[in-house]
Every structure is written in structure tokens, then in C-alpha cells.
Design a protein around this ligand. Structure first.
Ligand code: NDP
Length: 457
């Protein structure tokens, strides 16, 4: 049987990237995201710094005739621009220096690693050194602030408002640069996706793996300045809580610990990250450029920010409950991701929960017309549900929120956001898997009928 016959037998399409038809509702949702999300971040900033994290506080003032909006806006400072520039440059340097970590820790997969096959049939090389960058950045920050006293560890908290301006300018500029680059000097022209609508292309991105010199823009902005900063921001917020109240509460320690675990896992498994939807399928446009620059550092750290203004000390049993819930969530998240990674890397020659894994052999066709083989795992977490890695992530994020008590909605925002993101992702990913694997994907869905919650959905 030739490739064409196999393609039609299994409903396979050549290539399998994102949908190319853009509807009016899709355009309207993209436009609303672009307009409202920057204001949403500003709203949370105002709620935190002027209303002790009450989400109804700012709204109740907006209706007041004497309300002076300008009074609540953060200031723009040259210092914040300089700090941001130095930070991104520092991360850029760390991203291109050779990895030494994989020599120190042999089980860590760092150094030169190949990514997954792209729709155009390419396998791109990546420099994996994120763990090293994270460790150096943290030693530098903690050493220079707590150790040498060169600056206060609250520096990030103190400059949060000005950073809001800087990162927004950076995010919008980066999104524009990514679009212009995709049109005039693309890195891999065959892996571009044009939808026929310029605004949608600007928003969702055209290039799959844009590169500038040795830097892969998507891996760098998705996985460096913002994610390395995540744990530093949390440390700075803990220092700010100490400066304000003379104590660091157990809730702040739990949030710092659980989020550091998540971030460290990300860097420990950076080679795995190359095979996830972010790198493997999403194109680099405004959504990722702005999201990485603004949304991630500001909205993923809301729990620790909340605790700066609301120093909640949890009772010991409740603290243990939240910690245990977070660790269970982390275990499911990490173990599910590890199972798939191990299975794919060993081509099925591994054990899942002590047994030889079950799987479905499937085929797909890249844009170059080559028929390729793959396998879908049907054992372990991947037998219980099709996205149990998301389930674990959601349980973990619920624990971050519960660590902040139940008096405010503010620290629950991340959990609500992640639920919407991951539910939408389940559907988006499954559409893509169906167009990639055709009937074999349907066979997998029949064997594993639930998505996130076994026996429910
Ligand atoms: P996955 O890691 O689940 O990747 C989905 C891909 O895995 C599919 O497109 C398919 O790709 C492959 N696949 C699906 N089912 C199987 C199977 N049974 N056996 C083998 N391969 C399979 O999803 P994501 O990339 O979205 O997420 C990775 C992690 O990152 C998750 O744990 C998620 O919770 C987390 N995440 C966190 C976010 C945050 O903001 N905190 C945002 C997004 C994700 P292929 O083409 O290779 O077959």
C-alpha cells in the first residue's frame, strides 16, 4: 500500500498544524484577549497595591464620580527599564553558554538535543541548559542581595508597577517583531502557517520555530526570562512580607516551595519540554510573546503577592493538608509526563507501573509527503485518562490557592485561569491529534474514554 492509500485509509492529512480557517467568533475572541488581558493584569496590580487584594475594591471606586484613575496607575521609571534590559541580556548570555550540568548530573538530559519532527518534517537542534541558567540566576540574586547586600531582595516587589509598563512594551514589541520576521526573514519558511487573516496571524504567530542567531525565540521567551523570574519574584515577595510584618508565614513558605518544585521540574525536564504542545505545535506570535513577558511573571505569582498584603498563618493540620494536596498533584503531573516521555524516548522499551506498556501503533504524514510511525501509550496514567498530566497540574494549582485561605478570590485566579486554559487545550490538542493520526486517534479515544477526571469527563 502506498502513502496516499494509507493516508485515505486512516483519514490522514499531510501536515497537521493548527486549523487554517478563521471564523468571526475566533477573531473576536482574539481581539478581546488582546484588549482585555493587559487591563486585567493592571486591575490585579491596582487591587493588590491599593485595595489589599480585594477584587471588588477597584470596581467600587470606578463608579465614584471623584475617582482619579491616574492616581492608581504605576509609575514608569528608567531604572525598571535598565533592570529589565540587564535581566533579558543576562538570560540571553546564559542561554548560549555550553551546558555543564549534564556532566555534573549524568541523569540530567542537557546539552545538544533534537526536537520533535515538525509538520514540515524537520528535526531542529536545541541547546538545553535551563537548569544551569536557573541555578546561576538564583545564586546571583540571592548572593548579591541577601549575601553581599548589593541591593534589597525586595527589589522586584518594589519595582513591580514600573515593570508592568516595561514588560508590556517588551511583549507588544516582541509580538510585532515576530510577525515582521515571519514575513520578511523567516527561519524555516516551510513551517510557517498563514491563515489568510493578518490579525489572526499576528495574534497566533506564523513561524513555528523563529530563531535569531543561536537563540530559539520560542524556547527562550517561553522558558527563560519569565520562568526563571517566577521563583525569584516569589522570593522577593517573601522578603517583602518579612520587611512589612517581620515574619514569613507558613502559607508563603508553602507557595514558594510548591511553585519552586514546579519550576525546577520544568528545567530538569527541559528536553521533554521540546516535545510538548508549546514547542512542538504552537506558533510564536503576540499571544506567546506578550504572555511570556507579562502574563506569566505577573499572574502566575499572584498567590505570593496576595500573601505580602495578607500574611496568613495556617493552622498546622490545614498547612499539612495543603502541602499534601500539592505534593499529590505534583506527583500525578510529573509521573504522567515522565511516563509518556520515557515511553516515547525508549520506543516503548520501558516498564510502566512495573509492566510492559500497551500502546497503539499509528502513522502520520509530514508536509514533505513522508509517512512516519508513532505510538500512543495506553498504560499507566495514559490509560486512566487522556490528559492526567493536566489533572495533576490543576490539583497542584488548587493547592497554591488554598494555601492563601478562603477569604479572598484574588489568589484563586490562577486556578480558574489554568482550568480554562487546560480544558480548552484538551479540545484543541485532540482536534490536532485526530487530524494527525486519523482513525488511530479514534481507536485510542475508544480505549481511553475520559479526558481529565476518570469516569466523569
Ligand atoms: P502533553 O504533554 O500532554 O502533549 C500532548 C501531545 O502528546 C499530543 O499532542 C500528542 O503529541 C502526544 N500524546 C497525546 N496522547 C498521547 C499518548 N497516549 N501517548 C503518547 N503521546 C501522546 O500536553 P502539553 O504540551 O499541553 O502539556 C505538557 C505539560 O505542561 C502538562 O503537564 C501541562 O499541565 C503543563 N502545562 C502548563 C501550563 C501552565 O501555564 N502552567 C500551560 C500548558 C501546559 P504527538 O504529536 O507527539 O503524538
Amino acid at each position: 500500500m502506498n502513502t496516499i492509500e494509507k493516508m485515505s485509509l486512516n483519514n490522514l492529512k499531510k501536515g497537521w498544524g493548527r486549523a487554517s480557517k478563521v471564523t468571526i467568533p475566533t477573531l473576536l475572541s482574539c481581539l478581546s484577549i488582546m484588549i482585555f488581558t493587559p487591563f486585567m493584569v493592571l486591575y490585579f496590580y491596582i487591587a493588590a497595591f491599593h485595595f489589599d487584594c480585594s477584587l471588588v475594591g477597584p470596581i467600587s471606586q470606578f463608579s465614584n464620580a471623584s475617582f482619579d484613575f491616574a492616581k492608581y496607575l504605576p509609575s514608569m521609571t528608567i531604572g525598571a527599564f535598565a533592570l529589565f534590559f540587564v535581566w533579558v541580556l543576562f538570560q540571553g548570555i546564559l542561554a548560549i553558554i555550553p551546558d555543564k550540568m549534564h556532566r555534573i548530573i549524568p541523569s540530567y538530559q542537557g546539552g545538544d538535543v533534537l526536537g520533535a519532527v515538525t509538520p514540515a518534517g524537520l528535526k531542529l537542534p536545541y541547546k538545553i541548559n535551563g537548569l544551569q541558567a536557573w541555578v546561576i540566576s538564583h545564586i546571583a540574586f540571592v548572593g548579591a542581595s541577601f549575601g553581599l547586600g548589593l541591593f534589597s531582595p525586595t527589589i522586584i516587589f518594589d519595582n513591580l508597577g514600573p515593570f508592568l509598563w516595561v514588560t508590556n512594551i517588551a511583549g507588544f514589541s516582541l509580538g510585532t517583531f515576530a510577525y515582521v520576521k515571519s514575513l520578511y526573514f523567516p527561519s524555516f519558511p516551510k513551517d510557517r502557517k498563514f491563515s489568510g487573516n493578518r490579525f489572526y496571524d499576528f495574534f497566533m504567530g506564523v513561524e513555528l520555530n523563529p530563531r535569531v542567531g543561536p537563540i530559539d525565540l520560542k524556547l527562550f521567551f517561553n522558558g527563560r526570562p519569565g520562568i526563571v523570574a517566577w521563583t525569584l519574584i516569589n522570593i522577593s515577595f517573601a522578603a517583602a512580607q518579612y520587611a512589612k510584618f517581620g515574619t514569613v508565614t507558613n502559607s508563603m513558605l508553602i507557595v514558594n516551595f510548591l511553585q519552586a518544585l514546579y519550576v525546577l521540574y520544568f528545567f530538569w525536564k527541559e528536553a521533554w519540554y521540546l516535545k510538548t504542545i508549546d514547542i512542538h505545535h504552537d506558533h510564536f506570535g503576540w499571544m506567546l510573546a506578550w504572555g511570556d513577558s507579562v502574563w506569566l511573571p505577573f499572574m502566575y505569582t499572584l498567590q505570593a503577592l496576595f500573601l505580602v498584603f495578607n500574611p496568613i498563618e495556617l493552622s498546622l493540620p490545614y498547612a499539612f493538608f495543603v502541602l499534601a494536596l500539592g505534593l499529590v498533584g505534583f506527583y500525578i503531573f510529573a509521573d504522567a509526563n515522565n511516563q509518556k516521555d520515557r515511553f516515547r524516548q525508549s520506543d516503548g522499551q520501558t516498564l510502566i507501573w512495573g509492566k510492559t506498556p500497551q500502546s497503539i501503533a499509528c502513522e502520520y504524514v509530514t508536509e514533505d509527503g513522508v509517512l512516519r510511525q508513532s505510538r500512543l501509550l495506553v498504560s499507566g496514567w495514559w490509560k486512566m485518562g487522556r490528559h492526567m498530566n493536566y489533572t495533576g497540574d490543576l490539583i497542584l494549582s488548587l493547592a497554591y490557592s488554598l494555601a492563601c485561605g478562603t477569604t479572598h478570590l484574588f489568589p484563586y485566579f490562577y486556578f480558574v485561569f489554568l482550568s480554562i486554559l487546560l480544558i480548552h487545550r484538551c479540545i484543541r490538542d485532540e482536534d490536532r491529534c485526530f487530524s494527525k493520526y486519523g482513525k488511530k486517534w479514534e481507536e485510542y479515544c475508544a480505549k481511553v474514554p475520559y479526558r481529565l477526571i476518570p469516569y466523569i469527563w
